[in-house]
Design a protein around this ligand. Structure first.
Ligand SMILES: Cc1cc2nc3c(=O)[nH]c(=O)nc-3n(C[C@H](O)[C@H](O)[C@H](O)COP(=O)(O)OP(=O)(O)OC[C@H]3O[C@@H](n4cnc5c(N)ncnc54)[C@H](O)[C@@H]3O)c2cc1C
Length: 623
């Protein structure tokens, strides 16, 4: 270990990181049989199985994806036949799969026997909960899906589920501490790093730039360009009609538009490159200019393009649980398996301790079986009106259960590899579903005095490993109280989107996904410590002393997008789509007794789509 690593605290013992680093498969093998084998209770007492409290590499954790990857690469599994038979088997315990179970019981058969299979050791799919415990107090964060965006405008079928789960969208005014950070002088900021910009510099103020622009480590001309860009008063397409403007914006990336029409140079382009990362998981080089316009990004001076404004990131009709939409997943699970947790409200779900041993009991109407990757799906005798054999792998054992009906709520691109019943054209459409990789990292820090001192709440870090650093959403609900004082611990949420700028977006996702799976925990940890130390050090932060826990949630198969086969265009926003083909619709067509849910079916990685597609899939099974 070099002296810099030592100073950053790379040798400090924090929440089991060393144990999990690189030996996750072994960890899985030790823990999983005890907790998820059908009908067997987990170890009791302090060893009881409770995945939200795991730290280290989570999300797509070691042990969760190997069977799927081996299958796609052609591995055959010799499966033993189980005598389990279900009315409905659902693949995927994300919001879509669990909504499908809930809606099926509600609308089709209240007494249905349902099995839900998921490859992870926890339920929720992207909607994952992370917990840390420090000095006897628990801190809750989101490992993925962080909020409901404008839930009052959710489609009716999704809104109905949210209502039935007892979520009171009007309660936000009480639960969300909107002014907490501002009241301590903390706001938007930008951190420019010396490797990219020549010197480390923390800017604060409007857009995270404010008055600091004068001192930024940029050339004078770049400062003027940056100011002009963010003042956003110039119409760079002056004299053009709305149609002509659309032609310009629909034909190039935001980066290209800024370079060509707004006349900004490389320094400013480097500054804005990661601006869209958090929302779209792509950089300015591959984000279409019209999408930047829709998002309200700078450079368009409010120009009229003739289509609806999406509202942009600043629209805050959002709803937040402390663990993001993992609370929705937990509410669904508690509806499906009431014995799993005490309580009956959307407030008490936040601190309800889940007993994972109850998820897969033989007496349950709905059983949830974790760490179980589905590797085979076929109608018996090849007849599309027959029962379906569902083969899954748990550990090294493959088993086949049978089902009258199936809902596939996993990634569509895998389906053709495991289901010979999918027609060829549909398999091609499923192959056009791509996934953007993302990493949501949670870092428990012992206090946030340095953020308050420096005036930092949300920091945009264009050149750094993590492009976004911010505290998790300040939410208190039920018995859970968010830290109010800067002297108390909080969780910092740090985002990293692995991409390869310059390539077409689907290629960037592929390269980024591979990079992500090859990046060891140690690399994440070193970058976390280094970046926070340099950013917050001037405010008194000391990475070695102040970091108490790290959980890296990596999502190699993150946001769902469809791609047009001919042009390679990504359906970022399917409502504004200029091609005739809609591969996502074909991808989600029912195949015999297998209906297909999940956000791949809408090319829209949002919670409301996950629920809407679940509703449609259940309806497909009954018509
Ligand atoms: C980091 C991140 C942040 C996000 N933030 C938001 C947000 O703030 N708001 C929002 O609305 N949306 C957000 N999303 C989008 C999110 O994808 C959707 O909201 C929604 O949670 C998707 O639900 P799903 O059930 O369709 O898919 P998933 O959540 O992906 O669930 C599918 C499940 O099926 C499993 N599976 C796949 N194949 C198999 C197999 N062969 N066998 C067994 N199991 C399998 C998967 O591993 C996964 O657990 C975010 C996504 C990511 C990745």
């Amino acid at each position: 270990m070099n002296s810099r690593d030592k100073r950053l605290g790379m040798d400090r013992a924090i929440s089991r990181r060393d144990f999990l680093n690189g030996v996750g498969v072994a960890v899985g093998a030790v823990l999983l049989p005890a907790c998820t084998r059908s009908g067997e209770p987990p170890a009791a007492g302090p060893l009881a199985y409770y995945p939200p409290a795991e730290t280290g590499l989570r999300g797509s954790h070691p042990g969760s994806y190997e069977a799927a990857h081996a299958t796609v690469q052609g591995r055959d599994w010799a499966a033993e036949k189980s005598d389990e038979h279900y009315d409905l088997v659902i693949i995927g315990a994300g919001i879509s799969g669990m909504s499908a179970a809930y809606i099926y019981r509600r609308d089709v058969n209240l007494n249905a026997r349902i099995l839900i299979l998921d490859n992870h050791d926890d339920f929720g799919g992207h909607a994952k909960r992370n917990e840390f415990t420090l000095d006897g107090r628990t801190y809750i964060g989101y490992g993925g899906t962080m909020l409901m965006e404008a839930p009052n405008s959710y489609p009716a079928v999704a809104k109905q589920v949210i209502d039935e789960l007892g979520i009171d969208l009007n309660s936000k005014s009480e639960s969300y501490h909107e002014h907490l950070f501002a009241s301590r002088g903390a706001g938007r900021s930008s951190f420019l790093d010396k490797e990219t910009f020549g010197a480390d510099f923390l800017a604060t103020g409007e857009h995270g730039i404010g008055e600091s622009i004068a001192d930024m480590p940029l050339s004078e001309s770049a400062k003027a360009e940056l100011k002009r860009l963010f003042d956003d008063e110039e119409d760079y397409l002056e004299g053009m009609t709305a149609t002509e403007r659309r032609v310009v914006l629909e034909s190039q990336s935001w980066r290209n538009y800024l370079q060509t029409f707004a006349g900004v140079g490389e320094e400013v382009l480097a500054f804005v490159q990661k601006w869209p990362h958090g929302v779209w998981a792509i950089g300015a080089d591959a984000l279409p200019a019209w999408m930047a316009w829709i998002e309200g990004y700078p450079g368009f001076a409010g120009m009229d393009l003739g289509y609806d404004d999406h509202g942009g990131e600043e629209d805050d009709g959002h709803f937040y649980f402390p663990d993001g939409n993992a609370s929705i997943a937990r509410l669904l699970i508690r509806k499906l398996v009431p014995a799993v947790a005490p309580g009956n409200s959307a407030d008490d779900i936040v601190t309800a301790r889940f007993d994972y041993a109850k998820l897969d009991q033989p007496e349950n109407d709905t059983r949830i079986r974790l760490s179980s990757t589905v590797v085979g799906l076929r109608h018996q005798r090849g007849k599309l009106d027959a029962d379906v054999d569902v083969t899954y792998v748990h550990g090294e054992t493959a088993r086949t259960v049978t089902a009258k009906k199936v809902v596939w709520a996993g990634y569509h691109a895998m389906l053709p590899h495991i289901c010979p019943d999918v027609p060829q054209d549909q398999a091609a459409a499923q192959g056009q579903s791509v996934r953007a990789p993302l990493v949501y990292t949670n870092v428990l820090i012992r206090n946030w005095t340095s953020l308050a001192k420096l005036g930092v709440q949300r920091a945009y870090c264009p050149g750094s490993f993590f492009q976004t650093v911010m505290p998790t959403h300040p939410v208190s609900m039920g018995d859970y109280k968010f830290s109010q004082s800067p002297e108390e611990p909080i969780i910092l949420h740090m985002q990293h989107i692995p991409l390869e700028p310059g390539l077409p977006a689907p290629e960037q996702f592929r390269v980024g996904r591979n990079k992500l799976l090859e990046t060891p925990f140690e690399t994440f940890e070193r970058n976390i410590r280094d970046q926070l130390d340099r950013m917050l050090g001037p405010g008194g932060f000391d990475a070695a002393r102040d970091i108490a826990g790290i959980t890296v949630n990596r999502w190699p198969h993150g946001y769902a997008y469809s791609v047009d086969a001919e042009s390679g265009d990504v359906a970022w926003w399917p409502e504004v789509w200029r091609h005739d083909s809609r591969p996502w619709l074909e991808s989600g067509q029912r195949v015999g007794n297998i209906a297909i849910a999940g956000t791949d079916a809408s090319s829209n990685a949002m919670t409301e789509s996950a629920i809407e597609e679940a509703h449609r899939a259940v309806r497909d099974l009954t018509t």
